[in-house]
Design a protein around this ligand. Sequence first.
Ligand SMILES: C[S@@+](CC[C@H](N)C(=O)[O-])C[C@H]1O[C@@H](n2cnc3c(N)ncnc32)[C@H](O)[C@@H]1O
Length: 479
Amino acid sequence: MAARFTVDGVADRLGPLASAALHREQPLPALLETAGSPDPCGTLVRLFTLGQQVTRAELDAALPTIRTAGVATLRLVRPSGEQVTATCDVRPYADDTHDWWVASDFSALVTRQPLRPDHVLGIGGATTTLASWTIRRRVGRALDLGTGAGVQALHLDSHVESIVATDISERALAFARFNAALAGLEVDFRVGDLLDPVAGERFSLVVSNPPFVITPRDEDVPVYEYRDGGRAGDTVVRSLVQQVESVLEPGGVAQFLGNWEVPAGRSWRDVWDEWLEAVDLDAWVVQREVQDPAEYAELWSRDGGHLPGSADHDRLCAAWLRDFASRDVESIGFGVVTLQRPVGGRAPWRSLDEVLGPVAAPMGPVVEAGLAARTWLAEHPDDDVLDVAWSCAADVTEERHGRPGAEDPSVILIRQGGGLRRVVRADTLLAAYLGVADGELTARVALDAIASLVQLDPDAVRRELVPQIRDLVADGLLT
Ligand SMILES: C[S@@+](CC[C@H](N)C(=O)[O-])C[C@H]1O[C@@H](n2cnc3c(N)ncnc32)[C@H](O)[C@@H]1O
């Protein structure tokens, strides 16, 4: 649009300093940057992102077609005399091929007070994380569970024929309907708890940034609909894991974010093994963050607008610490869960990976390739793995580290440039195999040649290397 109220337009208008500060939830540089210069983009940023009053004349000039009267009819602003105030946050949002606008409630950054319990979230860090990790294959039906302002549904529109989006909050659905209409999308919006609104239906893709925040069930702790499903501990995420199968087509995939509690004496993998015991789905869980109970309490007390140092913040943190202590929780994991309904009668595969550092963006293509690789591996015995002429992926490099003056390296690291950016420590056998894995020789021929070169039993070399080859194939270091 003429005002350049787009992601790129706003970034240009604010410049790198104010944009970066706003990203860190510091509005001051953006306020200073846009003060006193009523250009169209600056006016819209002040009104809809920074929550400042602007004049009718400024808004008329920024939106000359619809003008203040039209924006007021949409109930996005409330005029009062010559001044105009926004009723909600409206901000540009984009993917590679679309420019959208997303309306939601103003954050505590603008309201400067604790959020209302029925707050409707806009575009948060978790929103963009899930959008990045979502596979973008063409499918017939997809479900966005807990759609909020409808951001995941906007993304789904580019590769899904028919979208169902649900939420327990009518207020959230009202924002989502508005945003879908603004983007020209047709979405079947339904109200209800978790999978209730779609019971008995089937989808090829389910995405959810669910209300996963673990919250003490204490009457003094506010229940924020946008982040808290109203259950104790990590029950919301566990229920989704255990129930989503009922709405997945064979071959269908569910992806969501979640938190999980890890009690003392157990590992996060133990927790997931137990959650998945009765689940007949392939499961790929990538743990991305780990926090202790105090860090978690601080994060989520603050997220509701209760600032550190206030009595409310301390009271909430104490409630969180008591709640975690009551279940002997030692740490809380956060990550991305991908579940796939196997086709045919094969046993499901499991992949529980911890990747705490940066990963590729977007991750969707990596997840799609990882699903295909893990599924192929689950369906093929070691002999088939040996009969493939694998190639080392183009983004894989080798680092050799040694003591000064030493002839041989003491550590060989295989580093993946993209994907999950894995770093694998290789022994000389694996390094030798990767050195010849160029798609010409099958693994069987290559390993036999290496075994004869180093005078080792070929069976022993295969037994040692096939599990490592499987691991590298799963994450795309060998293709
Ligand atoms: C973290 S927000 C996610 C919003 C949006 N999908 C995104 O990615 O930004 C979680 C959403 O789940 C909704 N919700 C909370 N409890 C729910 C429940 N029991 N069943 C369905 N949705 C629920 C909230 O109203 C909120 O809109």
